[in-house]
Design a protein around this ligand. Structure first.
Ligand code: MUC
Ligand code: MG
Length: 366
């Protein structure tokens, strides 16, 4: 399983409609496809979505760090020696999404070589996850229409609502409208992407106290250290740390510091190996997790699904798996399917999905 090449292929696929949220907007999947080749002919594949507004990575920067720093460190190494691989990559600080994609591509190689789905290698807890759909900013009517369409077409009944706009009343109105339209059984939670101050967040939570939210995510910045602790101490539902926890150490800091009471796990930023570390920390510290979405395409969503299905704690809640539905096209030979609000983990060896060479040739930018 000697690694012979690590490719970083930039590609661009348009979204049918942009996803807007408090820290930015995404109109195109300007991602990087990472492929790890081994001497015996295995090719592991994973996806790296750059999020400059979250981690500072860019598409060109990710290609550069993978080709010029990681590839020379990894070529010649046996793919099964993941600890060596990680120690080498971690000589470079930051770059979480580029590292995560290399990690997952290597797991894909191992699954293929050992003839086993990665989700089984990681734990094999269940074969399916319930799906949560993320609703980007729009007017109340449009957000309600989208939620109803997701429910009627795919059976999805869990929704994460983007908030963090000013004045806060606009978002409060949206969440109320969703509750009215979807009824008491639908699960609703909010994600502010750091858009509000701690006091605005507290006011919004008070105004929404009768709406029955199940989670509140990154309503204000973690860097507002005392304000955020003050907010979390009065939040009646788990307060999810997402972009404030891109490493295991940050998980420890946010939880022990009282700045979060739940963790969003994103395979796009911690891969499979780092997500395992984050999950162990979260369960060890006694806080809940949710499988988050980095505005992933189908390959990235398949990775989230593989990890989510592998463990009891990650499959307990609905995972954010559906935003690929808004892309105008994708790279896979077989599209992922959502039926009755659930997704089934792929059963082929490795990550278990396959890139269509013609689609890649069409969308690649290099
Ligand atoms: C989320 O949960 O915040 C939006 C920006 C990003 O990096 O991820 C998404 C979803
Ligand atoms: Mg979030």
């Amino acid at each position: 399983l000697t690694i012979t090449a690590v490719e970083a292929i930039p590609y661009r696929i348009a979204y049918r409609k942009p996803l807007r949220f408090a820290s930015g907007e995404v109109t195109h999947a300007d991602h990087v496809l990472v492929r790890v080749h081994t001497a015996d002919g295995h090719v592991g594949t994973a996806d790296a979505p750059p999020r400059p507004f979250t981690y500072g990575e860019t598409q060109r920067g990710m290609v550069a760090v993978i080709e010029s720093v990681f590839a020379p460190q990894l070529i010649g190494l046996d793919a099964s020696r993941r600890e060596v691989l990680h120690q080498r990559m971690h000589r470079t600080v930051a770059n979480p999404v580029a590292k995560a994609a290399v990690d997952m591509a290597v797991w894909d190689v191992l699954g293929q070589a050992w003839n086993m789905p990665v989700t089984r290698l990681l734990g094999g807890y269940t074969d399916r996850m319930r799906v949560s759909h993320m609703l980007g900013f729009d007017c109340p009517d449009a957000m309600v229409d989208e939620a109803e369409r997701m429910r009627d077409t795919y059976g999805i009944t869990t929704f994460k609502v983007k908030v963090g706009r000013r004045p806060i009343d606009d978002d409060v109105e949206v969440v109320r409208a969703l509750r009215t339209s979807l009824g008491s059984k639908a699960e609703l939670y909010i994600d502010g992407n750091r858009g509000w101050s701690a006091s605005e967040s507290a006011r919004a939570l008070r105004e929404l106290s009768d709406v029955g939210l199940t989670l509140a995510e990154e309503l204000c910045p973690a860097d507002d250290v005392l304000g955020r602790r003050w907010l979390v101490a009065q939040t009646p539902v788990p307060f999810v740390a997402d972009e404030s926890v891109s490493t295991p150490a940050e998980v420890t800091r946010e939880i022990l510091g009282g700045s979060a009471t739940a963790i969003s796990i994103k395979t796009a930023r911690t891969g499979f190996t780092g997500s395992n570390e984050v999950l162990s920390l979260a369960t060890g510290l006694g806080v809940e997790v949710v499988m988050g979405n980095q505005i992933d395409g189908q390959l990235g969503s398949a990775c989230t699904l593989a990890f989510g299905c592998a463990k009891k704690a990650t499959s307990a809640r609905a995972g954010e798996l559906s935003n690929f539905l808004d892309m105008s096209d994708d790279l896979l030979t077989e599209p992922l399917r959502i039926v009755d609000g659930e997704m089934l983990a792929p059963t082929d060896p490795g990550i278990g999905v396959h890139v269509d060479p013609d689609k890649l040739a069409h969308f690649r930018l290099d």
